[in-house]
Structure formats: structure tokens, C-alpha cells
Design a binder for this molecule. Structure first.
Ligand SMILES: Nc1ncnc2c1ncn2[C@@H]1O[C@H](COP(=O)(O)OP(=O)(O)OP(=O)(O)O)[C@@H](O)[C@H]1O
Ligand SMILES: [Mg+2]
Length: 251
């Protein structure tokens, strides 16, 4: 829900997003009017039963999928306004607006961890020299200064996910979308990723905002706020109802 009065702080405003799949009798309405907002520096956990539409929503916010109706605004200068635009018309959203973290890291195996970060910057149009400097800064931020020359398969799962976080923040995008970022990690590594998110959100100079899908209620409870997706919409939730309802939906 967009909170009138704190509008100027919202880095992301999502309103009335609807999205279905299929036609006729096979039509499935997945998102039925999602409203949410993210404040600058906020870590928000999104929970909900398997198949309820969490990844679909993230894909729309991330400019990888278009909604049937509704609006999304990222408050940059100039602001990004989209929602129903197809992916090829929201290149700016992916370039300037949102970074991604996935469950399975998505690192390239044959180049070093630092080169993974450099490459993503170069693909976004940053010159080689600046890309290297920014990548090194990002690797320092995620506390991997001493692992920059390691290949991904020489790192633990938690460290690989930190490289993915470095890659996502190196481009200075204000929003990080994380789809089950701790799904492949043990409890300790998962907790350390959430602590890293919190650190990056409270960075004094350049705070990011994180929208994180998780099935883990303990990790979700460490977020600033929890949202539960159910019946095609999202609503504020406390830990007890998020835990109970998401479990019922899954088993
Ligand atoms: N491209 C597509 N074509 C048809 N149906 C789709 C497509 N993408 C998603 N769906 C359907 O939309 C619904 C929501 O899927 P989504 O992946 O968003 O769920 P989720 O909440 O992320 O689930 P999980 O927790 O298992 O990852 C599912 O019923 C899925 O089958
Ligand atoms: Mg999903």
C-alpha cells in the first residue's frame, strides 16, 4: 500500500498490478491487483504459498515480464514508469533500477569472482577501467576482498551468493530483488546473507532497498517488514500468520 505522507521516501511504488496466464477455460489469474511500496533502505520479506505468484510479481517489478494492468514507479531522476510495458521497452529498469539475486547464484564458472562482477558492469556499458574499480569496491562491501581471484567453484555457497550480491550492487541500482536468495544455503550462510542485506540497506551514503522472497519464517522475521501474498494480493503480515498460512498452502 502506498502510504500517503511518506511518498517522497518510497523508492518503489507498485499499484494495482494484475497478471494472468493462458486463455479461455485455461486462464489463470495470478496477480489480482497488487499494491506495495518500498522505502529507501528498507528490507521487506515477501512470503506466500508455492505458486501464488511471488516470482511473477518480482519478474514484473524487475522488467522481465509485463503486467496486464497496473503501474510501477521507481523514484529515480528521471523516474521510471512501467508495469504494462514489454521487457524490450524497460531496458532502463534493468540497467538503472533493479539488481537481481537468485537462489542458484547464476555466476559464470570459467572466470574469477571479480571478473563476474566486472563483466556485468561492462555489459551495462561501463568502461573497463571504471568497471574494475567499481567491482573491487563491491567485493569489499560484501567482505570478499581476499577471494576476488577465486573461481566460483572454489568458493562456498554463501561466498558465491556474496559474489552475486556484489554483482547486483556494483551497478548502483537502488532496488535489489532477491528470489529465494537463501534457498540453496545452510542456516548460517543464509543468516549471513540477510545480515549483508541489512548492512547494505543501512549504508549511510548509498542505501539500497531489498524485496526478498523467502519460505523461511525465521529469516523473514529479520526483515523490517513482512508481506504475505494470498489470493492474488499482498497484505502486511506478522510472523505467525505468514508461517501458518504459507505452510498450509504448501503441503
Ligand atoms: N509463463 C507462464 N505461463 C503460464 N503460467 C505461468 C507462467 N509463469 C507462472 N505461471 C503460473 O503462475 C503461478 C504463479 O507462479 P510463480 O512462479 O509466480 O509462483 P511462486 O509464488 O513464485 O511459487 P514458488 O514459491 O514455488 O516459487 C503458477 O500457477 C504458475 O504455474
Ligand atoms: Mg518462485
Amino acid at each position: 500500500m502506498i502510504r500517503i505522507g511518506t511518498l517522497q521516501l518510497d523508492v518503489l511504488e507498485v499499484s494495482g498490478i494484475k497478471r494472468g496466464f493462458g486463455f479461455g477455460a485455461n486462464r489463470l489469474e495470478v496477480l489480482k491487483g497488487v499494491d506495495l511500496s518500498l522505502d529507501k533502505g528498507e528490507l521487506v520479506a515477501l512470503m506466500g504459498p508455492s505458486g501464488c505468484g511471488k516470482s511473477t510479481l518480482l519478474n514484473i517489478i524487475g522488467g522481465l515480464l509485463k503486467a496486464d494492468s497496473g503501474n510501477i514507479k521507481i523514484n529515480l531522476r528521471p523516474s521510471l514508469n512501467y508495469g504494462t510495458k514489454p521487457p524490450n521497452q524497460v531496458i532502463d529498469v534493468r540497467r538503472r533500477g533493479v539488481g537481481w539475486i537468485f537462489q542458484d547464484f547464476h555466476l559464470l564458472d570459467h572466470i574469477t569472482s571479480l571478473e563476474n562482477v566486472i563483466l556485468s558492469l561492462e555489459l551495462a556499458g561501463v568502461g573497463s577501467r571504471e568497471a574494475e574499480q567499481r567491482a573491487i569496491m563491491a567485493m569489499k562491501k560484501v567482505d570478499l576482498e581476499d577471494r576476488m581471484m577465486f573461481m566460483p567453484n572454489e568458493l562456498s555457497g554463501g561466498q558465491q551468493q556474496r559474489v552475486a550480491v556484489a554483482r547486483a550492487i556494483a551497478g548502483s541500482r537502488p532496488i535489489l530483488l532477491a528470489d529465494e536468495p537463501t534457498g540453496n544455503l545452510d542456516v548460517k550462510a543464509g543468516e549471513s546473507i540477510i545480515s549483508l542485506f541489512k548492512e547494505l540497506c543501512s549504508d549511510k551514503q548509498n542505501p539500497i532497498s531489498v524485496l526478498m522472497v523467502t519460505h523461511d519464517p525465521i529469516l523473514a522475521s529479520k526483515a523490517d517488514r513482512m508481506l504475505l501474498m494470498r489470493d492474488g494480493i499482498t497484505a502486511a503480515s506478522d510472523i505467525r500468520s505468514a508461517w501458518g498460512e504459507s505452510l498450509e498452502g504448501q503441503t
